[in-house]
Design a protein around this ligand. Structure first.
Ligand SMILES: *[C@@H]1O[C@H](CO)[C@@H](O)[C@H](O)[C@H]1NC(C)=O
Ligand SMILES: *[C@@H]1O[C@H](CO)[C@@H](O)[C@H](O)[C@H]1NC(C)=O
Length: 416
């Protein structure tokens, strides 16, 4: 397949794990109901070929000491209609938690501003460096058909007053990265942020791109424009991320889970050098998938799968409550293995087959999830896991690229 051999895929796999220690057969307090709220993000505006990558601070979110049970979202227009991925591709969204000083007078954050020095990101339990991949929730195009609920009696504990430093308030930030592909020359090239289609030479911070950087987040930052078909004109329109949060009031029958995100690009190694000390986490966010020829295409059309692996050590283990991988088009699935080779979770993509929102042909519209029987899948303290991510280069028209935000980076700036 000639085309395939010229292609580079850019991709990332993360695996989100919710772990609990101990596991429990506890029954939730039946008077403690699960509540649901639906919110709209602040509005963002897109025209054909344009890109937004907004950080909305202090977004609406349930308050108080609660257990989050699920979080999901989708892009809707001003009339509230779901917008299909082939018009507005939802590259990713992510939700982060932070503590802000009560005396801070910044007004409402709206994506023009950045985090302030006094703001403290409250990241998840790991494993990337700094605040990278520190979000509580976050997926992308697969958002409409990916299960995110945390089964009873488990929940994600937030808003515990004992954990909020005195003088601070807990707030939430929402990052939305969306690409309008109406009227563009190459829809999938635009969604994968191919450099030639964006005609960029520098990244968002003005740094020159290396010649070998063929595409990725550094090409499709906020305010960039993907190449349109000659003469195509279409209206700019206002859009929202409509997100649904389910939660319950915290009570002692809820068993807390920890969230871990493992990034397949992490360069962490168990021991480096003679000292036997482990290296540092270095999550790269995106990577090139080898072209078919280099990956050893067998020439019979039976597949050309790029397999990428990384190791990850969980300092303290627990029972797996939920697992899901995040991959882009071209994905054929991802598996997390234990140190002894047992399968902890496999998550595979659901490709759309039609035209309606949630079933767009050729797009990853969902990922399968893992809900092991609580108490049945255990990760030991200090166990070294292996995450494996597979991409197909034969599905080359679904060229792939994925990223997640380096949440809380103080270098976040926006351009218009
Ligand atoms: C690409 O960018 C260069 C320099 O900014 C500009 O001169 C050129 O017209 C652009 N090409 C297209 C096709 O937009
Ligand atoms: C990924 O590829 C490896 C190596 O070919 C294979 O053993 C594994 O089953 C594949 N996993 C998925 C989820 O496709």
């Amino acid at each position: 397949m000639q085309l395939a051999s010229q292609c580079r895929l850019l991709s990332l796999t993360i695996l989100l794990l919710a772990l609990s220690m101990p596991y429990s057969y506890a029954v939730l307090n039946y008077e403690n109901e699960i509540k649901t709220a639906v919110f709209l993000s602040p509005k963002f505006v897109l025209g054909p070929g344009s890109v937004v990558n907004k950080y909305f601070f202090n977004v609406e979110f349930p308050r108080g000491h609660i257990a989050i049970k699920s979080f999901n979202g989708e892009v809707v227009d001003e009339a509230g209609n779901p917008v299909p991925l082939y018009e507005t591709y939802l590259h990713h969204w992510a939700v982060g938690r932070y503590h802000q000083h009560k005396n801070a007078r910044y007004g409402e954050y709206d994506g023009h501003q950045m985090l302030h020095q006094s703001d403290r990101i409250v990241r998840n339990s790991g494993l990337c460096q700094g605040d990278v991949n520190g979000q509580y929730f976050g997926i992308g195009s697969e958002t409409r058909r990916t299960d995110t609920h945390i089964p009873d009696p488990y929940g994600i504990e937030v808003g515990n007053p004992e954990e909020i430093p005195s003088g601070f308030e807990e707030k939430w930030l929402l990052n939305v990265h969306a690409i309008d592909t109406r009227g563009v020359e190459d829809k999938l090239g635009c969604t994968e942020c191919w450099r030639d289609l964006y005609n960029v030479t520098k990244d968002e911070n003005g740094q020159l791109l290396r010649p070998e950087y063929k595409g990725g987040l550094k090409c499709c930052y906020d305010g960039t424009q993907c190449r349109k078909r000659e003469g195509y004109e279409g209206p700019r329109r206002g859009l929202y991320l409509r997100y649904t949060v389910k939660w319950m009031d915290w009570d002692k029958t809820v068993v807390p889970v920890k969230i871990y995100i493992i990034d397949v690009t992490d360069k962490w190694k168990k021991s480096s050098g003679s000292s036997g000390e482990s290296s540092k986490h270095d999550c790269q966010i995106e990577y090139d998938v080898e072209p078919c020829s280099a990956a050893g295409m067998d020439g019979h059309g039976s597949g050309c799968i790029d397999v990428k692996r990384t190791s990850a050590l969980l300092p303290s283990g627990g029972y797996v409550i939920y697992g899901v991988a995040h991959q882009h088009s071209g994905s054929v699935g991802s598996t997390l293995y234990g140190e002894d080779g047992r399968v902890i979770c496999t998550s595979v993509p659901i490709y759309g087959e039609g035209t309606e929102a949630g079933n767009e042909a050729g797009y990853v519209v969902g990922m399968s999830t893992c809900y092991p029987q609580p108490g049945s899948v255990k990760i030991n303290d200090g166990e070294v896991l292996t995450l494996e991510a597979n991409y197909s280069s034969t599905k080359i028209h679904y060229r792939s690229y994925v990223t997640l935000l380096p949440l809380g980076s103080r270098r976040i700036t926006t351009t218009f």
